[in-house]
Design a protein around this ligand. Structure first.
Ligand SMILES: O=C(O)c1cc(=O)[nH]c(=O)n1[C@@H]1O[C@H](COP(=O)(O)O)[C@@H](O)[C@H]1O
Length: 242
């Protein structure tokens, strides 16, 4: 059983908006609910780091979702810059390999060494995007085997590189925890309350199902942001988790 506060803390609201004004309106509509805020590419590329530091200054937990995937030296520099923003969590693509993920950790360590007192962010790796189906993985991308196998392989790499968790669908949470241990965090998008539009997601579960799998955090965007009342939609999800 989760308390209301614990349940809210498991939800990461995806602020997928074209600019600061619309994102700010959503943040204001959820005021007082202790959920995580996720800033992704659309908002970050438009509003910049100022929006992130502003959320932190107002006491929000922030997941900066920029999914870095580049050569190790570049990712090290990117991770260094992100760590200096004081975010709680950020991600890279596990497909960049162990050297790239280790470089991300080095970038964080360098930032912490340069600025003692900086918050240590949890660095996580994206495994297989939750929009990727089994058929797309095998027939289009050309990776053989099951999605779950690919996800677990990436999760093991991320753990070996010293990362704290992975992004995957809730359908793979149990296998990830088995392979990497209970304290290795799972962050799961692909969350759809019963009856909600699936949209471009492929590997989905309801909030309650995802929680039952043992997920640590669930990333939820449109089921909240596109609802007539985002606050009511979030409250309903929180109730479902309690
Ligand atoms: O890293 C992510 O957050 C992410 C990884 C992934 O595999 N799938 C995925 O949907 N996401 C993000 O999670 C959010 C899901 O949004 P909705 O589909 O609107 O609930 C979006 O902001 C995506 O960018």
């Amino acid at each position: 059983m989760l308390s209301r506060e614990e349940a809210a803390g498991r939800v990461m609201v995806a602020l997928d908006y074209p600019g600061a004004a619309s994102a700010e309106a959503l943040v204001r509509s959820l005021e007082g609910i202790p959920c995580y805020m996720k800033v992704g590419m659309q908002l970050f590329y438009a509003a910049g780091p100022g929006f992130v530091t502003e959320l932190k200054a107002r006491g929000y937990k922030v997941f900066l979702d920029l999914k870095m995937h580049d050569i190790p030296n570049t990712v090290k520099g990117g991770a260094n810059s992100i760590a200096k923003l004081g975010v709680d969590m950020f991600n890279v693509h596990a497909a960049g390999g162990t050297a790239m993920m280790k470089a991300a950790m080095e970038g964080v360590e360098a930032a912490l060494a340069a600025e003692p007192g900086l918050r240590r962010p949890l660095v996580i790796a994206v495994t297989q995007l939750t929009s990727t189906s089994q058929a797309v993985l095998n027939d289009e991308i050309g990776i053989d085997g099951s999605v779950a196998d690919a996800v677990v392989r990436y999760a093991r790499l991320a753990r070996e590189a010293g990362l704290g968790g992975v992004v995957a669908s809730p359908q793979e949470v149990r296998l990830i925890k088995e392979a990497c241990g209970p304290s290795f965090r799972t962050i799961t998008p692909g969350i759809r309350p019963a009856g909600a539009d699936i949209g471009d997601q492929s590997r989905i579960m309801t909030p309650r199902e995802a929680l039952a799998q043992g997920t640590d955090y669930m990333v939820i965007g449109r089921p909240i942001t596109a609802a007539p009342s985002p606050r009511e939609a979030l409250e309903t999800i929180i109730e479902e988790l309690m």
